[in-house]
Write a protein that binds this ligand. Structure first.
Ligand code: C2O
Ligand code: CU
Length: 495
């Protein structure tokens, strides 16, 4: 598309979005008032501890669970119930807790009125367990079952979600956290929280918002729900003791929303991300999580007893319409207990030896994201000039290292996610970003490029990559890489 055509697309879009945003704003105002009223004065943790999947297997190295997708009525705030799409009846689904090296067996039953699958986001497992129809397994039809069975190779916080109609199904509530513990990680913080951040769109009648509301213009932006959730609750309250460190394992499971987190005047010590611990800690005022990303951070509240610290999602510019007429969102209130504050414990400095990948000799691959208007005036996203359904798969040999340059020529940022393999992000000099970290999802800001280095290890198959703004993935920003030899081409349905 030429620049002129692009600016025409944007201008007509801006008018539309202006109208959409005005509507959105009135909804948001109502949401935040309700949220403030609903925060209980007496602090309790009730409601945000995640239910855990029950391990049915006596073998200490096997975790075997039942997982059912179904429609269940859930409370997202006092007085606000919604018939959501859930795993095991809750939003989020159960926390699955395993140790690195364990075998995980999941007996999955689909009790939804629509086909689905379970994708294990970030796990380096065989493609047959990756949950992608056409590449891994057939869709699990309503009433159908599938058994996922694999060894969990890496420690870290991962998550699971469907890979059929993903924007709709994730938006309706289908996601859960998978915590892979490493008993030898020496982090030394006993008090641990898993925080699943998301949102859900509920209309004025209390029903789930249509996944196609706003048409292709809303797809182009990426639909955000009007209720922001922490472990499935609107603005919960928890207690904490001053000086006592907490380890927060956070995942952004929202279909489109970014979270730029700040906790009043407190700092976060980030020790890891998508693929487990990072090279060394970083002290940060804010933590940014694009959809699909995870953060592992230590928070040691330093505040007088009785004070309330508010975890806020700050405004974050992910492209046109993402900051205009919007307010920061209060996510969680942390009340400092009345006990005597303890002197902040001295924590070990958490490090991890990670070898920087070598860009020399890596096969260059170029991916360029663009936005186009079809003849019928609807929008589609394209990679290298074509939407997903028309693109040929990329190729990679077993063990091959590739350097992907991902250029975003659109007005919205895109969290790029590659299935099945970790990568390292390169800086402007072309060497891996420090502190070194393994990633599976990286934000590609609007009008910018990101370079990554990935080694396709010995797991052949057809692996997906896509934007984790799931509306964008459905709207064309998706592709496959055939890792061979012997990898065959598949025709995919839209996940
Ligand atoms: Cu969480 Cu195909 O993605
Ligand atoms: Cu995107």
């Amino acid at each position: 598309m030429t620049r002129r055509a692009q600016s025409h697309v944007l201008n007509s879009d801006m008018r539309l979005r202006g109208a959409c945003l005005a509507l959105l704003m009135s909804t948001l105002a109502i949401t935040s008032i309700r949220a403030r009223v609903s925060a209980p004065a007496a602090a309790v943790d009730a409601g945000i501890a995640l239910p855990e999947a029950v391990d049915l297997n006596a073998d200490p190295h096997i975790v075997e669970i039942n997982l059912e997708s179904n429609i269940s009525s859930v409370d997202i705030a006092p007085g606000t119930r919604v018939d959501a799409w859930t795993y095991n009846g809750g939003i989020p689904g159960p926390l699955i807790r395993v140790r690195v090296g364990d075998r995980l067996i999941v007996h999955f039953t689909n009790s939804l009125p629509q086909a689905t699958t379970v994708h294990w986001h970030g796990l380096r497992i065989p493609v047959a367990m990756d949950g992608v129809p056409g590449a891994s397994q057939p869709e699990v039809a309503p009433g159908g079952t599938f058994t996922y069975d694999f060894t969990v190779p890496d420690a870290g916080l991962f998550w699971y979600h469907p890979h059929v109609m993903s924007a709709a199904q994730v938006g309706f509530g289908l996601y859960g956290a998978l915590l892979v513990e490493d008993p030898a990680d020496h982090v030394g913080v006993a008090d641990e929280r898993v925080l699943v951040l998301s949102d859900i769109g509920v209309d004025s009648h209390g029903a789930l918002e249509s996944p196609t509301s706003g048409g292709s213009t809303a797809m182009m932006f990426g639909r955000e729900g009007n209720h922001v959730l922490v472990n499935g609750r609107v603005h919960p309250t928890v207690t904490a003791r001053a000086g006592v460190p907490q380890r927060w394992r956070i995942v952004n499971a929202a279909r489109s929303r970014y979270f730029s987190l700040a906790l009043d005047d407190q700092t976060f010590t980030q020790i890891g991300g998508d693929g487990g611990l990072q090279e060394r800690p970083q002290v940060l005022d804010t933590l940014l999580l694009a959809p699909g990303e995870r953060v592992d951070a230590i928070v040691t509240p330093q505040a007088a007893s009785g004070r309330e610290l508010v975890l806020q999602a700050q405004l974050f510019d992910r492209g046109y319409g993402s900051v205009e007429y919007r307010q920061p969102e209060d996510l969680l209130t942390m009340v400092i207990a009345k006990d005597t504050p303890v002197a902040a414990a001295k924590l070990p400095v958490v490090t991890r030896a990670i070898d920087p990948m070598d860009p020399a000799g890596a096969t260059p691959v170029t991916l360029t994201f663009s936005l186009a208007q079809r003849a019928d005036r609807t929008f589609e996203y394209q990679i290298n000039g074509a939407p997903f359904m028309q693109n040929k798969p990329l190729q990679a040999g077993l063990g091959e290292v590739q350097a992907w340059t991902i250029t975003n020529n659109t007005k919205w940022s895109h969290p790029f996610h590659l299935h099945g393999f970790f990568f390292q992000v390169l800086d402007s000099r072309g060497v891996p970003v420090r502190p070194l970290a393994w990633k599976d999802t990286v934000n590609v800001p609007h009008d910018e490029s990101v370079r990554i280095l990935v080694r396709f290890d010995q797991r052949p198959g057809s692996w997906m990559f896509h934007c984790h703004i799931l509306d964008h993935a459905d709207g064309g920003l998706m592709g496959t890489v055939e890792v061979g030899p012997g990898a065959t081409s598949h025709t995919h349905r839209l996940p």
